[in-house]
Design a protein around this ligand. Structure first.
Ligand code: 48F
Length: 262
């Protein structure tokens, strides 16, 4: 037999490595500073900003993959656009882009998205993927204090097959970065604690400024960012341009940092 290329490790070692490392990390992140629900462009940007400043951040993402709508620019075409001044964030993340016209820039979706994911991971963000947000933890004066989650496949099956209770994770702040659905805000609405307006019709030149302006805390302990902001406040949608997702993520992270330091 020829000399082996790989080191010695059997099936049991591989399985133990996965189980023990996963449970160690999961146990550590059952309590975080910030839980970001949704790993699209706004959530990833916020996670990266916070983690790079030493904040303990967990991103909860229902899909196996991260990136949300940032892989594809629109209509199944994988070019993403940003408007001035968001190209500076592309430069900061070392994402190649080209100027299409004055104030409008184009990048490759897969390249931009994978660089943003890597930037969040490099900064120290921990990802709970295939994990779906179900509900909030609410404490004194209805302050948001964590999230209730389950495995996505458990939620995807009919109740009669998988009647499995979810688990809860605690944090000082929660961020709703779930996009158009604004899932976290919706659970507050179901309890009569907030009223969301639903996003408006498309108007690119109004929407992006308004979205960044309205990014912030909407309820004690809950910050909204990205498309969730439009859905919460009834702002116009902007379609396949992503500058405000990145800027909203940055602004939301600054607000979260201020709150954590208070
Ligand atoms: O939708 P998404 O990309 O949100 P975003 O960061 O960016 C919006 C743009 O992509 C685009 C746009 C403007 O350019 O209109 O749509 O605001 O990413 C949202 C992420 O949240 C996850 C979802 O799978 C996606 O990756 N998500 C949504 N609901 C849940 C969730 C949930 N209940 N639990 C966990 N993750």
């Amino acid at each position: 037999m020829t000399e082996k290329i790989f080191s010695k490790a059997s099936e049991k070692d591989v399985t133990r490595a996965i189980v023990s490392e996963f449970s160690k990390q999961f146990s550590e992140y059952v309590e975080s500073d910030v839980i970001v629900v949704g790993g699209g462009p706004s959530g990833l940007m916020a996670g990266r900003e916070l983690a790079s400043k030493g904040v303990k951040v967990l991103i909860v993402e229902r899909n196996n993959y991260l990136g949300g709508g940032f892989w594809i620019g629109g209509y199944l075409m994988n070019k993403v656009t940003v408007r001035e001044p968001a190209q500076h964030i592309l430069s900061e993340l070392q994402i190649p882009f080209k100027k299409y016209m004055e104030g409008l820039y184009v990048a490759d979706g897969p390249h931009a998205c994978s660089k943003l994911i890597a930037a969040a991971c490099d900064a120290g963000v921990i990802i709970a993927n295939m994990t779906i947000y179900e509900d909030l933890v609410l404490r004194e004066n209805n302050r948001v204090s964590g999230v209730v989650v389950n495995w996505t496949p458990v939620r995807a099956l009919p109740r009669e097959i998988t009647c499995v209770d979810p688990v809860a994770m605690e944090s000082k702040l929660v961020i709703d970065a779930t996009g158009h659905d604004a899932c976290v805000v919706t659970t507050l609405e179901e309890r009569g604690l907030i009223k969301k307006a639903g996003f408006g019709a498309m108007w690119v030149e109004q929407s992006e400024d308004l979205l960044v302006e309205h990014t912030g805390e909407v309820h004690p302990g809950l910050i909204v960012m990205g498309m969730s902001v439009s859905t919460t406040f009834g702002l116009p949608r902007m379609g396949p341009t992503f500058g405000s997702m990145l800027l909203s993520g940055k602004k939301g992270a600054e607000i979260a940092l201020e709150k954590l330091n208070q």
